[in-house]
Design a protein. Structure first.
Length: 276
């Protein structure tokens, strides 16, 4: 796995620091991958909502300054609750930006923040609007961009169901571009009696496109990846046993000591390989 960081962890630091200096600090503290999250990109983005756009020249300058890091782009997008025009300007700009920041392995992650009342257990439970992912995945495949989705209100098993339904309407090569961003801690907030790590273990490897680590204790977020509600060491071992070699993002909360918390999180995960 490639240990990484996400720019929304530095939200409060962006008030007084430029994005490049924060990326440099994350690299100094051990990050090997950076997830560039919409709304936390400083001068690499402009506008909000439907008017949001990446600033391509500034993104190019940013990533060229860090040849030893890899990057992906992440956006909030109502991809499960609103029909999306895959040929529309904003989605096309996001695909272009994903390719610009990582030409060898471009990756666009979308998170729909909608909270649903119940988990999807059968294909009939999936909203019709979510099936616009078929055209979006086809368009991502045309650009050779990996495409992952996340939802704060659906468990991992329901997102797997959605991906299977979307893939069934695509060619094998197109469908292989679509997968899931797994976040076990998010799942426990909505489904406290579930086993999100077990659901990750049940996923086919090719569906896991990116992984988020964060931690809570008794439902309250803590500033590092450590012991808590989710067995993060078990999760790491599950991913290792499955052969996952992608980015493992520490999505830790904004904090005055966020970079020290970042390196402490990496140290905690790395400790599993040295214990005993």
């Amino acid at each position: 796995m490639i240990y990484g960081a996400i720019t929304n962890s530095w939200r409060q630091h962006l008030v007084d620091h430029d994005l490049a200096s924060l990326v440099a600090e994350a690299e100094r503290h051990g990050a090997k991958h950076i997830e560039l999250r919409q709304t936390c990109l400083g001068d690499c983005e402009t506008g909000e909502g439907d008017d949001w756009r990446p600033v391509m020249d500034n993104l190019r300058t940013l990533v060229s300054a860090f040849p030893d890091l890899t990057f992906n782009l992440a956006m909030a997008w109502p991809c499960l609750t609103k029909n999306t025009d895959a040929a529309g300007e904003q989605f096309q700009a996001a695909l272009k930006a994903a390719k610009l920041i990582n030409p060898l392995s471009p990756h666009l992650r979308l998170v729909d923040p909608t909270r649903f009342d119940t988990a999807w257990e059968t294909p009939d439970d999936i909203p019709d609007e979510a099936m616009s992912l078929v055209d979006m995945t086809r368009e991502a495949a045309r650009h050779e961009v990996t495409f992952s989705i996340e939802n704060l209100g659906q468990p991992i098993r329901s997102m797997e169901l959605l991906v299977r339904e979307v893939r069934s309407q695509l060619s094998e090569d197109e469908g292989a571009r679509l997968g899931i961003c797994t976040d076990a801690t998010n799942q426990l907030r909505g489904y406290p009696d579930s086993d999100p790590v077990g659901e990750i273990d049940a996923l086919p490897l090719d569906m896991i496109k990116i992984v988020h680590f964060k931690q809570a204790r008794n439902g309250e977020a803590i500033p590092t990846v450590d012991t808590g509600d989710v067995d993060c060491l078990r999760m790491q071992q599950v991913l290792t046993d499955k052969g996952y070699e992608g980015a493992a993002i520490m999505e830790i909360p904004p904090h005055g000591q966020v970079f020290e918390n970042l390196s402490a999180s990496y140290a905690f995960l790395k400790s599993a390989s040295t214990d005993g």
